[in-house]
Design a protein around this ligand. Structure first.
Ligand SMILES: NC(=O)c1ccc[n+]([C@@H]2O[C@H](COP(=O)([O-])OP(=O)(O)OC[C@H]3O[C@@H](n4cnc5c(N)ncnc54)[C@H](OP(=O)(O)O)[C@@H]3O)[C@@H](O)[C@H]2O)c1
Length: 330
């Protein structure tokens, strides 16, 4: 059912994650949407198999991906059991805790109590002994940062995670927790942040430069702005699109005439490069060589196939870069 490994690894490029020895594929697959109880298990399985066959070795989860919370981890566990488990050593599996997961004061935040219990639950749902990367999903101002850092450090030492990541931490928060990890010798390697042509906060808050200069990897989520930076919404809102099938996080109100106008102009530019807008939007994230991986979502295997084609994308000319800036500004 799977391709021979020689074919698989010819199709993908890999970057070292910050200063670590861990390589991630330039395209990784996230299971935030379409892996919950409302998705088709056959489609989920096909998406994971397609991804892995393309050399996408990294699958990103979180305790609360669903719906319902925990369902994406459970379904991924079923997929592992069905087909992927024999390849465990060829996979980088991550999960996270930080947002609300179970009722009461211990199912949210950044306490040792929550982080340790949540990872144990995640491992049970996926049927794994360890994850490759365990993330604190978002900063928690109520918990001393030292407690969060020490809990994550202890988790690695317990063998339940190989590396530590943080997510949604800005530059200052990253600097602060990195100093603690450095003192303890914790294998902290990556920050997961939103980044796309439509959301450039990691440039303005300085994280993009800081991470590159300080050996911290960056994996960027929602690189297609949840589908807006594709040709998906150019002719109306398709019934099978995220806006219609889910709508919790991407709402119809996000598809404004101004946005669509930019998308149209970007789409024309992409065509001129001989690629789709999705491909151009993903390649653009990797343009400076300082982002480890783009973390895509998908609703069907064909999207993964299309997005993985960026390994063959041409570098941007100065003129193309300027044109993109002009479109985004106006
Ligand atoms: N750390 C955090 O706080 C955080 C937050 C959000 C996400 N994440 C991670 O990032 C991952 C990706 O986020 P995301 O799903 O928002 O990423 P995204 O890649 O920006 O959006 C994915 C959606 O775009 C559409 N799409 C993808 N490829 C396409 C193509 N070639 N042509 C047309 N449409 C295409 C699909 O939507 P349709 O359903 O319309 O087909 C797909 O579900 C998540 O799964 C999760 O692992 C992390």
């Amino acid at each position: 059912m799977y391709q021979a490994s020689e074919t698989r690894y010819q199709n993908m490029k890999y970057n070292y994650t910050g200063n670590s020895g861990l390589k991630l594929p330039v395209v990784s697959l996230g299971l935030w949407h379409n892996f919950g109880t409302t998705g088709s298990f056959d489609n989920m399985t096909a998406m994971c198999e397609t991804a892995f066959d393309l050399g996408i070795t990294h699958f990103d989860l979180a305790n609360n991906y669903g719906p319902v919370y925990g369902a994406a981890e459970e379904n991924f566990g079923r997929i592992l059991k069905k087909t992927l488990a024999p390849y465990r050593d060829e996979l980088v599996i991550s999960t996270k805790a930080g947002y609300d997961m179970w009722p009461g004061p211990y199912g949210i935040g950044g306490s040792r109590k929550y982080l340790v219990a949540s990872l144990d639950q995640s491992l049970r749902r996926m049927g794994l002994d360890y994850v490759d990367i365990y993330y604190h999903h978002r900063p928690d101002r109520e918990t001393p940062i030292e407690e969060t850092a020490r809990a994550l450090d202890q988790i690695v030492r317990s063998g339940k995670a190989l590396y530590i990541g943080i997510s949604n931490y800005n530059k200052e928060q990253t600097e602060a927790i990195k100093a603690l990890f450095d003192e303890m010798g914790t294998p902290f390697i990556i920050n997961q942040r939103r980044y796309s042509m439509f959301d450039r906060a990691i440039e303005t808050d300085g994280l993009k430069d800081y991470a590159h200069k300080n050996g911290v990897g960056i994996i960027t989520f929602s690189p297609l702005a949840q589908g807006l930076l594709t040709d998906r919404y150019l002719e109306g809102i398709p019934a099978d699109s995220r806006v219609r099938t889910d709508g919790r996080f991407l709402k119809e109100s996000a598809i404004t005439p101004e946005r669509l106008d930019k998308v149209r102009r970007l789409n024309a530019l992409a065509k001129g490069r001989g690629e789709t807008l999705a491909e151009m939007a993903l390649s653009w994230i990797l343009r400076d060589g300082d982002i480890t991986s783009v973390l895509i979502g998908a609703s069907k295997p064909s999207q993964i196939l299309e997005n993985a084609a960026i390994v063959r994308s041409a570098p941007f000319t100065e003129e193309e870069r300027a044109k993109i800036e002009e479109i985004l500004a106006n």
